[in-house]
Design a protein around this ligand. Structure first.
Ligand SMILES: Cc1ncc(COP(=O)(O)O)c(C=O)c1O
Length: 371
C-alpha cells in the first residue's frame, strides 16, 4: 500500500494558486495591508455563510476565543463550562482572562459536551457555556441553549473545527451569542497562515469586538477592559476568500471519502449521526473512530504507511492547566474517548481505493477484537 499522509494541504491549494498570487500582487500595490477591503469582504461573506448578523476577522482561533469571552465578561471569579475533550486553546482563553474553566463529561455518541452534566455544573459564578463542535460534529445546541436561558448564561461556540456543519438545518456558528473560528491551515476552511473570526449574532457585539481587536479599550459590565493587537491581514483574508468560494467542491471530496469509511466501518465504532432527516451535516474536519486495543491498530497502520491522529490524549483534566480548572463529576467518557479514539485521513485528494483499504484494515481489527 502506498504511503498515506495525515493531511494534504498542498493539493487543494494548487487550483487556487494563480488566483491567490494575483491577489497578493494586487494587495502589494494598494499599500493597505491590514484590515482593508479584503477583510471587510471576508467578514460579510462569513456572516452570510454562518447565518449571523456580522463577523470580525482576527489573528487566530485563540484570539477569537479570548475576545468573545472577554466581551461576555469572563474574568477572575467567573466560571465557563466546557469540555475536557478539546484542543487546549479552548481553556487557555478562559485562563488567560483569569476565569475558571469548569470541565464536565462528554457523550460517547458524539464526543461533545453532555447537556445533563452541564446543567448540573452551573453555579452562581457561571457566566458562559462554551461548547466545542469537536471534529465538526455539532453539539446538541437546543439542550445547551435551554440551560443557558434557564440560568441567564451566554453560549459561545468554539466552532474552530466546524465551519460548514449544520445542526437541525442551521449553521454551526449561528446559535451562540458569539462563535469562534480558526483558519489554521489544517482546518477545513484554511488560510495560508494564522487567522480567525468572531461570528456575532448582534451587530453591537461585532462593533465592540472590532474595537478590542485593534487596541481600543471597552467598558464591559462597568469594568474597563483593555484591547490588544488581534488583527488579521489583507493577504490572509484574500486567500481565505478564494478557498471559501471552493468550499462546496472541497467538502464534496471529503464527503466521498467519509462515505467509503461509513460503508466499511461498523456504525457502533464511528459517529453515525442523530435522528435521520434531522438537518444534520458534519463536515468531517476529522473522521473519527472509537476502537478497543487502539495501540494494535496504530501499529498495523504504521506498518503499512498510513498516518493517523490520536486526540485528545491526555484529556484536559490531566493537562498541567487542570490546576486552573474545576473538574465537575467524574469524566469517565472523556477518559474512554482519550484511550480509544483515533482519526483517519480525510483530506480532499485522498484516493478512493486508499480510503477503502484503510476502512477494511479498521474492520479487520474490529473483527479481531470481537467488537
Ligand atoms: C477546538 C479548537 N479551539 C481552538 C483552536 C485554536 O485555533 P488557532 O490555532 O487558530 O488559534 C483550535 C485550532 O487549532 C481548535 O481546534
Amino acid at each position: 500500500m502506498r504511503r498515506v499522509e495525515r493531511y494534504d494541504l498542498v493539493s487543494p491549494m494548487m487550483p487556487c494558486k494563480d488566483e491567490i498570487l494575483a491577489g497578493v500582487d494586487r494587495i502589494l500595490s494598494t499599500g493597505a495591508y491590514i484590515l482593508g477591503e479584503e477583510v471587510r469582504a471576508l467578514e460579510q461573506e462569513m456572516a452570510t455563510a454562518c447565518e449571523a448578523a456580522d463577523s470580525v476577522g482576527v489573528a487566530s482561533g485563540s484570539a477569537a476565543l479570548y475576545l468573545a469571552l472577554q466581551l461576555a465578561g469572563v474574568g477572575p471569579g467567573v466560571e465557563v463550562i466546557t469540555t475536557p475533550y478539546t484542543f487546549v486553546a479552548t481553556i487557555e482563553a478562559v485562563i488567560r482572562l483569569g476565569g475558571t474553566p469548569v470541565l464536565v463529561d462528554i457523550s460517547l455518541d458524539d464526543l461533545n459536551l453532555q447537556a445533563e452534566h452541564v446543567a448540573d455544573a452551573v453555579t452562581d459564578r457561571t457566566r458562559v457555556i462554551l461548547p466545542v463542535h469537536i471534529f465538526g460534529v455539532p453539539c446538541d445546541m437546543d439542550a445547551l441553549q435551554t440551560i443557558a436561558d434557564t440560568h441567564g448564561l451566554d453560549v459561545i461556540e468554539d466552532m474552530c473545527q466546524a465551519f460548514g456543519s449544520l445542526y437541525k438545518g442551521r449553521s454551526c456558528g449561528s446559535f451562540g451569542r458569539m462563535s469562534c473560528l480558526s483558519f489554521y491551515p489544517t482546518k477545513n476552511l484554511p488560510g495560508i497562515g494564522d487567522g480567525g473570526l468572531v461570528v456575532c449574532r448582534d451587530n453591537e457585539d461585532a462593533e465592540l469586538i472590532r474595537k478590542l481587536r485593534g487596541h481600543e479599550s471597552v467598558r464591559i459590565n462597568g469594568v474597563l477592559r483593555s484591547g490588544w493587537n488581534s488583527r488579521i491581514d489583507e493577504i490572509q483574508a484574500m486567500a481565505i476568500r478564494v478557498r471559501l468560494a471552493r468550499f462546496p467542491d472541497e467538502q464534496a471530496d471529503r464527503d466521498r471519502a467519509a462515505a467509503i469509511y461509513d460503508e466499511t466501518i461498523p456504525a457502533a465504532n464511528r459517529f453515525s449521526g442523530y435522528a435521520p432527516g434531522g438537518g444534520l451535516r458534519v463536515t468531517h474536519h476529522q473522521y473519527w473512530i472509537r476502537v478497543p486495543e487502539r495501540g494494535r491498530l496504530e501499529e498495523t497502520l504504521r506498518k503499512v504507511g498510513v498516518a493517523y491522529g490520536v486526540y485528545y490524549d491526555p484529556p484536559l483534566h490531566h493537562d498541567p492547566l487542570a490546576e486552573y480548572c474545576r473538574v465537575h463529576g467524574d469524566l469517565t467518557n472523556a477518559e474512554t474517548a482519550s484511550a480509544e479514539v483515533m482519526t483517519l485521513p480525510i483530506y480532499q485528494a485522498l484516493p478512493v481505493d486508499d480510503a477503502r483499504r484503510i476502512g477494511e484494515l479498521v474492520r479487520k481489527h474490529l473483527d479481531g477484537c470481537g467488537a
